[in-house]
Design a binder for this molecule. Structure first.
Ligand code: ADP
Ligand code: TRP
Length: 330
């Protein structure tokens, strides 16, 4: 029997998750949980680069756990855990950092983007890709399903794995294959830019009722009069409709756009119904899970134990090779 591939991915708990996160990342994670030995984690060390309020970080972390479980992540099929339960990650990140040229970090596009969007230019943010590399490499991951925007960080992880192996002349780390999810285009936000929590243009996965209505009604459209024919392909509302509707329903709506007499208000109503229907089951499941915080904590602690065990088995030979002195073993 061939060995199962290790699949790994993470998401930062630094705000409420939105439908861009769902279609761009979470849906793939959930789909892939049975395709290998999957590890999914809450990148809460990474969130410290932008969230410096303990109560808030804890709240966001629990929110993301509930979201994933409600949307179908099954802790019996994958290892689901918090990054902070695996301190070996930061240990490896330090060692990798000592092999990382500053110039490699200076090429990081994500750092520049985030600072341009108002995040504080702290060292954590600057060296974020090194911690991400440690996340990936500490489990001997083979596949890392992520969106296009993470491509550079995966390349850095591959690069750093090679540097460590060469420095100590040993195959201490596995070089992960690239795995970029190409199936989903960037999901637009209500202002037409990329949906992102940094732009305050999101529709959150579990928005409902008045909040959902307010967000959908605020989607920017052009001013074509109601009776005129409209082009669905250039409309933000229709881009979102396409994500939620079956193909035949989306085609029908496109025809209505083209025929005229169909306004953006109609399309928005249709979109609202589609979003509500799409997440209805998950919404109910989330409400049930909210009543059971002990179960949720148990999921994370079981996952944390498994993840830490794997990480320790990768870390131990690295400690030995690097010559780091230890008076006792873990
Ligand atoms: P945000 O931009 O809201 O801060 P993150 O950068 O934390 O989101 O992204 C988490 C994951 O969700 C990443 O894998 C990213 O590829 C995916 N993602 C985020 N926004 C979108 C979007 N608008 N369209 C598609 N995927 C997205
Ligand atoms: N940087 C990723 C994001 O913003 C989150 C992340 C942290 C990650 N560590 C990772 C993703 C390791 C994949 C693998 O979405």
């Amino acid at each position: 029997m061939t060995k199962q591939k290790t699949i790994l991915s993470g998401i930062q708990p630094s705000g409420k998750l939105h439908i861009g996160n769902y279609f761009g990342a979470m849906r793939q994670h959930i789909r892939m949980q049975q395709e290998g030995d999957a590890f999914y984690f809450l990148a809460n060390y990474h969130s410290l680069t932008s969230v410096n309020n303990g109560r808030l970080l804890e709240e966001y972390t629990m929110d993301v756990v509930l979201d994933y479980l409600a949307l179908g992540l099954d802790p019996d099929k994958c290892t689901f855990f918090a990054q902070s339960d695996v301190p070996q990650t930061t240990e490896l990140a330090w060692i990798l950092g000592c092999l990382t040229p500053v110039s490699l970090m200076e090429k990081g596009v994500s750092y520049k983007d985030k600072v341009a969007n108002g995040l504080s230019p702290n060292i954590g943010l600057f060296t974020y890709p090194i911690l991400q590399a440690a996340d990936i490499l500490i489990y001997h991951s083979n596949l890392v399903p992520v969106g296009e925007d993470q491509k550079q960080n995966i390349e850095i992880a591959r690069d750093l794995a090679g540097k460590l192996n060469r420095a100590y002349e040993k195959d201490l780390l596995i070089i992960p294959e690239e795995y970029i999810v190409k199936s989903v285009a960037i999901v637009p936000g209500i202002d037409g830019r990329k949906m992102s929590k940094s732009y305050d243009n999101t529709i959150n996965i579990f928005d409902e009722g008045k909040t959902l209505k307010k967000r959908v009604m605020a989607i920017q459209t052009d001013s074509t009069p109601l009776e005129d024919s409209k082009d669905p392909e250039t409309c933000n509302v229709f881009s979102l409709i396409k994500l939620f509707a079956e193909v035949d329903i989306a085609d029908e709506i496109a025809e209505k756009y083209k025929a005229g007499g169909y306004g953006y208000g109609h399309a928005k109503k249709e979109l609202m119904g589609l979003i509500e229907g799409f997440f209805a089951e998950a919404r109910d499941k989330r409400k049930e899970l909210e009543k059971n915080p002990d179960y949720v904590r148990d999921v994370l602690s079981d996952g944390g134990i498994k993840a830490r065990k794997r990480a320790e088995s990768v870390m131990e030979p690295i400690r030995e090779a690097t010559g780091l002195f230890r008076s006792f073993s873990y």
